[in-house]
Design a protein around this ligand. Structure first.
Ligand code: NAD
Length: 243
């Protein structure tokens, strides 16, 4: 199951899971994007369903997990990925409305998803969860306080959940990408034209990442090849935070 599966990193990850033969539940608040992801998986001969979900709402997240289990009988892997970037503004200029939207979409949602995913996984004897953080969860980049706070929070929450359920056969990890070429980053670059040059200029590999580079890491973290990796925030950033 992939939240935010209707675009960007979520879409690429849903497609990468399907290519491994996994049946994929695509969840997104955006119907068109979610259905396009499902169509493209089905066109390649694999199985997928769309469940319209606002991940900030407990009732919709519970329904998303129920639908996954009703459709495919179990829930093995969950990528809690949906997120928004929010406004660019300093701490004192940031609006309360924006703060609540970013924290609810990027952080509260990850807790809500795990709240409903973990009982299903425990019942079936295990599973693997990957939560979406960011290099903004490891360093205080840029004037975007709620984004940075939410992504640091995801790492703390990931560690807490990993320790809570380590003996239940459930692994919980996080991924921390730097700037990846998706609609979210395109929107930032369109709004702040200097940003692309700055982002590329500060990355040791002097480029943006691709959605598939994140997708491959998520699929690997969920696989048995990563069976002793738990509570880990994995940088996918060309070496950005190593600087
Ligand atoms: N693109 C990057 O450079 C980058 C870097 C690090 C982390 N991230 C994180 O990766 C995740 C995906 O980002 P992306 O770049 O693919 O963005 P994107 O905008 O392409 O995709 C995000 C998806 O999340 C969905 N979404 C937003 N709010 C939702 C809600 N309330 N309920 C359900 N779905 C919702 C959107 O409809 C969209 O389909 C985000 O959490 C983002 O913070 C992105």
């Amino acid at each position: 199951m992939v939240t935010g599966g209707g675009s960007g990193i979520g879409r690429s990850t849903a497609i990468a899971f399907a290519a491994e033969g996994t049946k994929v539940v695509v969840a997104d608040i955006a119907v068109d994007g979610g259905e396009q992801t499902v169509q493209s998986i089905q066109d390649s001969g694999f199985e997928s369903v769309f469940v319209k979900t606002d991940v900030t709402r407990a009732d919709e997240v519970e329904n998303m997990v129920d639908k996954a289990v009703e459709t495919y009988g179990r829930l093995d892997f969950a990528f809690n990925n949906a997120g928004v970037e929010g406004d660019i503004a300093s701490v004192t200029r940031y609006s309360e409305e924006n703060w609540d939207q970013v924290i609810n979409t990027n952080l509260k949602s990850v807790w809500l998803c795990m709240k409903y995913e973990i009982p299903r996984m425990r019942k079936q004897g295990g599973g693997s969860i990957v939560n979406m953080s960011s290099t903004a969860g490891l360093t205080g980049v840029g004037p975007n306080p709620a984004y940075v706070g939410s992504k640091h929070g995801v790492i703390g929450l990931t560690k807490a959940a990993a320790l809570n359920y380590a003996k239940s056969g459930i692994r919980v990890n996080a991924v921390c990408p730097s700037a990846i070429h998706t609609p979210l980053v395109k929107h930032l670059i369109d709004t702040y034209p200097d940003m692309e040059k700055v982002v590329i200029g500060t990355n040791p590999m002097a480029r943006l990442g691709t959605p598939d580079e994140v997708a491959q890491a998520v699929v690997w973290l969920c696989s048995d090849a990563a069976s002793f990796i738990n509570g880990h925030p994995l940088s996918i950033d060309g070496g950005l935070v190593a600087q």
